[in-house]
Design a protein around this ligand. Structure first.
Ligand SMILES: C[S@@+](CC[C@H](N)C(=O)[O-])C[C@H]1O[C@@H](n2cnc3c(N)ncnc32)[C@H](O)[C@@H]1O
Length: 304
């Protein structure tokens, strides 16, 4: 396979990797040449619509940039996120991570082991790896190219594991404190309850699941979007779906809009809050559903 790696500023092996090759990044060294430069990061931060300042709180932004000196994936490994701009891609992942961290802190959850389910090439996963101390991250995806990329460029932490369409993951029962899934249950249709059961199995009692969904709030937000928007465009690819449909209420229950004929990843799935409270609460205790929290996707905060 061609080398699909981008080093915008970092070179091959990092000081952190060389001196601390083991799991759990307890002794993070600040990078001399981080994944993005502090200059790029500053430029983007000056555009608050790209990086809302309120999510940083009292955290040291410069230090966050310097904690990550791993390579960035090439555009075709980004699942469409911020193609063509390394700094926006990195910051967008950081934003998702910080919003999640704010919830973790609010619930006072201690995390030692966690999973990012449907991680792709680690847009958000890398920030858990780089920004948190003493955390072993697991990262799972159905697409082997992402798993190969993560294994090649993030040795040991995260531990990248491939899954297939049939629910099942090689992680022990009750072993994780936290599971995130960004824009993954938004694409899983028939196997949804199987995967919820599997996530419940690996989460420890009291552990937290942070899963994003398309719900009524997403639907309403979509009605104002440009037809060129990625989500709207994929819906319009479905025969018979029109922009006018978005002006009407979202269907109750779970609805999958298929935008391709084959593959595990070929539907946009919408869940009404009522469905989540009826079906997902058979697997977890739902605490909150945060409307449009993550890029118009709402977040379901749950514990086992
Ligand atoms: C929209 S991307 C989101 C990627 C990543 N979570 C992020 O936010 O950058 C959806 C990801 O979910 C993965 N995926 C889809 N169905 C899956 C499944 N059943 N199990 C694991 N991963 C899945 C896809 O391969 C893809 O990497």
């Amino acid at each position: 396979m061609a080398e699909q790696v981008k080093h915008s500023a970092a070179d091959s092996k990092t000081a952190d990797q060389e001196t601390n090759p083991d799991v759990k990044n307890s002794d993070v060294k600040l990078a001399k040449r981080p994944a993005i430069t502090t200059y790029d990061a500053r430029l983007i931060r000056q555009r608050p619509h790209l990086f809302p300042p309120e999510i940083i709180r009292d955290r040291d932004f410069r230090r966050m940039v310097l904690r990550d000196n791993f390579p960035l994936p090439a555009d075709d490994y980004r699942e469409g996120y911020h193609v063509g701009s390394d700094a926006s891609y990195w910051l967008n992942g950081l934003e998702c991570y910080l919003k999640t961290l704010n919830v973790i802190e609010k619930y006072e959850l201690e995390i030692s082991d966690m999973l990012d389910f449907g991680c792709a090439s680690g847009r958000v996963t890398r920030h858990f790896r780089c920004q948190m101390d003493d955390v072993q991250v697991w990262a799972a995806d159905i697409n082997p190219k992402h798993i190969d990329w993560l294994s090649a460029h993030f040795p040991r932490n995260p531990k990248a594991i491939a899954v297939n369409e049939t629910p099942g993951i090689a992680i022990a029962d009750n072993s994780l404190d936290f599971i995130s899934a960004y824009s993954v249950f938004t694409h899983i249709d028939e196997t949804e309850t199987g995967w919820l059961a599997e996530m419940r199995r690996v989460l420890r009692p009291g552990g937290m699941a942070y899963f994003t969904v398309h719900n009524e709030d997403t639907w309403r937000a979509m009605s104002d979007l440009d037809p060129a928007n990625r989500l709207v465009a994929s819906m319009l690819r479905r025969e018979g779906f029109t922009l006018e449909r978005l002006q009407q209420p979202m269907p109750v229950g779970k609805t999958a809009y298929y935008f391709a004929d084959e593959g595990a990843y070929r539907a946009q799935v919408f869940h009404s809050n009522c469905y989540l409270r009826e079906v997902w609460s058979q697997f977890f205790t739902i605490h909150e559903i945060l409307p449009c929290e993550q890029q118009r996707q709402s977040v379901v905060i749950m514990t086992k």
